[in-house]
Design a protein. Structure first.
Length: 154
């Protein structure tokens, strides 16, 4: 399926992005599918794309030595999987696994980073929106860490 600017306009992360920039992103995008329990992102792998989830649920996870995998957050339709594409060293800092069948828009982050270098307005639009998402994910990680390692009362 061809991804259109109209498809991208549905996503909160892209709200208010110009039609021209949405089309540029759409031109660097394609639809992909993942099966249940399929790994979408792996820590330390190159962050050369990101995903806009159309349907399904994705667990954002970390492996903790000597423990089971810790789910930091669950992502669903109209949200983003993969934020590390935006900042050097462009490597994933979390894992992501499909909890059920997932359909997503895969965005070519290498092409998008190059476009941001050429067009500062696009870069600013994406950086400001993804900064908010980074903050939200940091808060979610902090809350999860407090749940797991919070102080106990005696």
């Amino acid at each position: 399926m061809t991804v259109t600017a109209h498809d991208l306009a549905e996503y909160r992360i892209l709200a208010g992005v110009s039609d021209e920039h949405l089309q540029l992103i759409a031109d660097s995008s394609s639809e992909v599918r993942f099966g249940t329990d399929e790994r979408i992102l792996s820590t330390d792998e190159p962050a050369d794309h990101f995903y806009l989830i159309r349907s399904g649920r994705v667990a954002i996870e970390i492996d903790a030595p000597g423990r089971t995998t810790i789910v930091i957050e669950t992502i669903s339709a109209l949200d983003v999987v993969g934020v590390s594409w935006l900042l050097p060293p462009h490597r994933w800092t979390f894992d992501a696994t499909a909890l059920e069948a997932v359909t997503a828009i895969e965005v070519d982050a290498v092409a998008l980073r190059a476009a941001c270098e050429i067009d500062p307005a696009l870069g600013y639009a994406l950086y400001t929106r993804f900064a908010v998402l980074l903050h939200e994910r940091l808060v979610a990680t902090r809350i999860r860490a407090l749940d797991l390692y919070g102080a106990t009362t005696s």
